[in-house]
Design a protein around this ligand. Structure first.
Ligand code: AHM
Ligand code: MG
Length: 349
């Protein structure tokens, strides 16, 4: 039998092996492990995720130096298809995602919050079987104050040839996503993804320039204290949402958190439980958030982690959009907390 000092040495060796294994669990390797084979589709998914990771690294690098460089912060003076003022970082991040997929042979078409119509990369199209849907910068209003931001992405198989460029083949339910996730630009940069086999998070190790596995098979708590909503819109909400918020105000155990970037708010809810809401308002009855590249990818993540996402009446992943930039109200998070909000909506008070 090994002596105590020998046992301690063995434990140290095992711990060192585990830590080395972990350091080697990069994102692209993890995707291949998840697929459990080396088929063409598995290779594609791994390569797609690798390119998305590169986009995340480029955006993170620019954000980390934003205050030191000219021409990074502030508005461009343009207004996008959504009627929102465009920030210089929105344009940069939008272009980054296009650039990383050039010459990839993977993605024929990209559709984003910042572009009225899908963008084609013709050299990829003969073989590129995928469309990337993305929000390059989520939480744009945080850009100029050095606060958390995100990017959201979803990958769909390209169905049909979209001859008229209207992207009608994309107007299908979120269940058709084959992968989805987000990048969170916080104190560290994280990437969270699913390919329908659980939710996994990675942290960018700047010294390696790689996203390294942080947590596998994340599970959202069934209930949490946090409710996350912009209460400045209270006067504009339906009475049922106001009643829910009044209920929270008079009940012990709730805590408000709202950062202005839903990737960050929903990441907190994923880790600690609770609910995030962006309901419809008088000005915007369908709310602010877009289905195809904001709410459906996040719904896929949260559902895979054991949570729920609804517009108050229907599961977000079952909603079929009628146009590319369609908006939808969103209630997302822990199953018990989403059910509580729904009970107010369904009782109509
Ligand atoms: P954006 O992608 O243009 O930044 O819009 C989405 C963001 C969400 O991240 C956030 O929860 C919400 O808009 C904040 O909007 P508001 O300022 O109306 O609360
Ligand atoms: Mg957005």
């Amino acid at each position: 039998m090994a002596s105590l000092p020998q046992q301690a040495e063995l434990f140290e060796d095992e711990a060192a092996d585990r830590s080395l294994d972990r350091d080697c669990t990069t994102l692209s390797r993890h995707v291949l492990q998840q697929c459990q084979n080396f088929s063409a589709e598995a290779q594609d998914l791994s390569a797609l995720m690798n390119r998305i990771a590169l986009a995340g690294k480029l955006v993170a690098r620019r954000l980390s130096r934003a205050g030191l460089m000219e021409g990074v912060l502030g508005f461009t003076g343009e207004v996008n298809v959504q009627g929102e003022s465009v920030k210089k970082m929105d344009v940069y991040a939008n272009d980054v995602f296009i650039s990383v997929f050039k010459q990839s042979g993977l993605v024929c078409r990209l559709a984003s919050e910042e572009m009225e119509k899908p963008y084609y990369i013709p050299e990829n199209c003969p073989i590129g079987r995928y469309t990337l849907l993305y929000d390059p910068i989520d939480g744009s209003s945080n850009t100029d104050t050095n606060l958390s931001l995100g990017s959201i992405f979803a990958i769909r198989k390209q169905e049909g040839d979209d001859l008229d460029g209207q992207a009608k083949d994309l107007l299908v339910a979120g269940r058709n996503q084959i992968a989805a996730g987000y990048i969170l630009y916080g104190p560290s940069t994280m990437l969270v993804y699913t390919i329908g086999k659980g939710v996994h998070s990675f942290t960018l190790d700047p010294s390696l320039g790689e996203f390294i596995l942080t947590e596998e098979n994340m599970k959202i708590p069934s209930h949490g204290a946090v409710y996350s909503v912009n209460e400045g819109n209270f006067w504009q909400w339906d009475e049922s949402i106001r009643e829910y918020v009044r209920y929270v105000h008079r009940t012990e155990g709730y805590s408000a958190r709202y950062s202005g970037a839903m990737v960050s708010d929903i990441h907190r809810v994923l880790v600690q439980g609770g609910v995030f809401l962006y309901p419809g308002t008088i000005e915007k009855p369908d709310g602010k958030l877009r289905l195809l590249y904001e709410t459906a990818p996040l719904a896929y993540i949260i559902e895979q982690a054991g949570g729920r996402a609804t517009n108050g009446h229907k599961n977000i992943l079952d909603l079929v959009p009628s146009k590319l930039h369609q908006r939808t109200p969103l209630i997302i998070g822990s199953p018990q907390d989403v059910a509580k909000v729904e009970s107010f909506i369904q009782n109509g008070h």
